[in-house]
Design a protein around this ligand. Structure first.
Ligand code: 5GP
Ligand code: ZN
Length: 110
């Protein structure tokens, strides 16, 4: 079972900021901004494209939850992103939306 499937199954001590029947959210172990939250589907999909093809409504739900969490965190702006493939920085192959905020972000991203 992958690490995020284990988290979704409640096998680790991860504290959830949000959960419902389709998705859950928790803080990143290695935060890259004052707010760095991961929002994941409960179901296993290797990356966002696989999630989009198989469960498009869950993909859009991730963004609805991100918007709600950004509001709760009091963010004036935020960045949401998916890394796909190791060359783009993906290290956990269970689709997850990063929600980052609380500092300025450069463009283009590194
Ligand atoms: P990726 O690099 O795949 O886009 O993002 C994976 C993220 O998951 C990384 O930012 C990493 O810090 C985070 N992460 C990996 N393992 C764990 C874990 O067990 N708990 C939490 N909370 N975050 C994790
Ligand atoms: Zn998984």
């Amino acid at each position: 079972m992958c690490i995020f499937c284990k988290i979704a199954a409640g096998e680790l001590t991860t504290q959830f900021l949000y959960e419902d029947d389709r998705v859950l959210a928790f803080r990143d172990l290695d935060p890259q901004a004052p707010t760095h939250i991961l929002i994941i589907p409960r179901t296993h999909h290797a990356d966002v494209e696989e999630l989009a093809a198989r469960e498009p409504e869950t993909l859009s739900h991730l963004f609805v939850v991100a918007e709600e969490l950004a509001r709760v965190e009091g963010l004036t702006g935020h960045r949401t992103l998916f890394n796909t493939g190791s060359s783009a920085g993906q290290s956990v192959f269970h689709a997850h939306l990063h929600l980052l905020g609380g500092r300025p972000f450069a463009w283009p991203p590194g």
